[in-house]
Write a protein that binds this ligand. Sequence first.
Ligand code: F6P
Length: 375
Amino acid sequence: MKKMTRIGILTAGGDCPGLNAAIRGVGKAALGCYGMQIVGVRDGFRGLVEDNLLRLDKATLAGILTVGGTILGTSRDKPHRMPFQGRVRDMTDVIVENYRKLRLQALVCIGGGGTHKNALRLAQKGLNIITLPKTIDNDVPLTDTAVGFDTALGIATEAIDRLHSTAHSHHRIVVTEVMGHRAGWLALGAGIAGGADVILIPEIPYDVRKVAEAIRRRSQRGTNFSIVAVAEGAMSREEAAKFRAAHAKKRAAQTAEAKAKARAELVALDEQHTGNTLRLAVQLEKLTGLESRVTILGYVQRGGAPSAVDRLLATRLGTACADLIHEGVFGVMVAARGDGTQPVPLEQVAKKRKEVPPDHPWVATARRVGTCLGD
Ligand code: F6P
């Protein structure tokens, strides 16, 4: 008799709408089309260390398509640097051992940039790994898009729509912070869709005087309110120069000591960046004389039911993942490509980030409708 294929599935990194739809997509196809057994791993890679598992069957997979978050729980724990029993340890070998003990023939990891790095490490240890891209930041490379982005885009756009009317009534600048530390897809997309007057993203460092000038020009034309959509990671030209210098130091560091020093410098710069949106609003108020307010959208962008587009994407990627497992294709991410999917080697995805190229059509589009990008 042919042995039944047993697969594990986990969600790791920040949550987002559509994770359950992806779990369901993999699960339904794996069970229904291929008769596989599915083991849910709780709280990301930690579940494989702590044997914290959930058997996924028809009943557990039912009714989750529209539910936000992840029924498996998630964490940002890394296999090779995991806080465990009071200290940070390398738990990679424990994970490998438990994968074997559980008699898994494949492990599906649904996650963003960090998850892909961790997944590659496990694949290099000989595990049959396959991943699905998810992130509201849309910064996973070599896939058209990722699960969660469309929903977050809709939420951020709706928020900008709503902020328009109150900014208009009070003749204020409303600085709206959108998630995205290193990539500006969400701020740019929602800014264009919501008709923001200024969009600031990490990839295009801004000059606050240029932003103020654009807002003043609107006032002179009789429009004395403005919406500024700012990505969490957007920064001024001066700040960007400091980050660039610190990154260059880290790359050039020859000794462990020099590397640690450069890393500490980057951490300090990140800390200084906290609260940047609030500081920006104060600066704009001073420079324009218009009252300013801040709205930080935060985790609202990651909560609630997935959009129809995300449900469809997650189901497409999930079912394609089950097909690939059946075919014995591992060490890949299931990428979205047009209406279809494509397996992409993990080595090509891990440790890379899809940032907004300064000449991207969305950037050109924003400029053509007169949006100030701060440069
Ligand atoms: O990676 C998605 C994301 O929501 C980013 O946009 C945001 O900067 C980050 O996660 C927040 O992470 P955490 O959930 O760990 O606070």
